[in-house]
Design a protein around this ligand. Sequence first.
Ligand code: MN
Length: 249
Amino acid sequence: MRILVTNDDGYLAGGILTLARAAAGLGDVTVVAPDREQSATSHSLTLHYPLRVRSTSKGVQVVDGTPTDCVMLAIGELLEDRPDFVLSGVNHGPNLGDDVLYSGTVAAAMEATILGIPAIAVSYAGKDHERLGDWDAVLVQLLEQLVHRTDFPAETLLNVNLPAVRPDEVAGVRVTSLGRRAYVGSLTRAADPNGREYFWIGGGESKWWGGPDSDFRAIHENFISVTPLHLDLTNYRLMEGLSGWGLKL
Ligand code: MN
């Protein structure tokens, strides 16, 4: 099995080393990853400057672009053979609920899904990223059950989140839906040392809500959450109602 590993935290992040190590037990791994932090770049594609690729002494291919660029280049040009599976992560931080819409980690898996290759995004909800190496065995155990499935669903990716506990404290694995999250106080308006106004997005507090099967709840209760995501954002339930608006020219 040929496995492509990528991420959005950059090729030096501890999380991608963990994921590549875990994947190495499942097949031939190629790592193609951004050269720098690309978190929250979502499904962004680089169109307005050329992309450069270099190889590290460990054979990692480093791209000066986004996670989506990495997957597109890897599958279209860099890899000799089309991968059987794409893994993205392990992200330093959770990707739950509405956050999947901003996530570069999830977008990389989405890009693989669009290109017809099964994909999984993996994120770690904890803050002690230097301890991600402890998750190798859990990841191998989980991924073994997923990557070999012959009935892995088409047009769907799996969004996996690891709870913010030690691996031996995980309560189990739960199949989940996306919850909802709202940020409070995450916009800062201030003045720089020259007195010029600036704005900064980030920080603040977040609140989540969602049903008993939501990804937030699973992580809150120390479960690994596995959410199937499909890319069709159509609100089918609203189609009939919208037709009733009688839009015309
Ligand atoms: Mn990230």
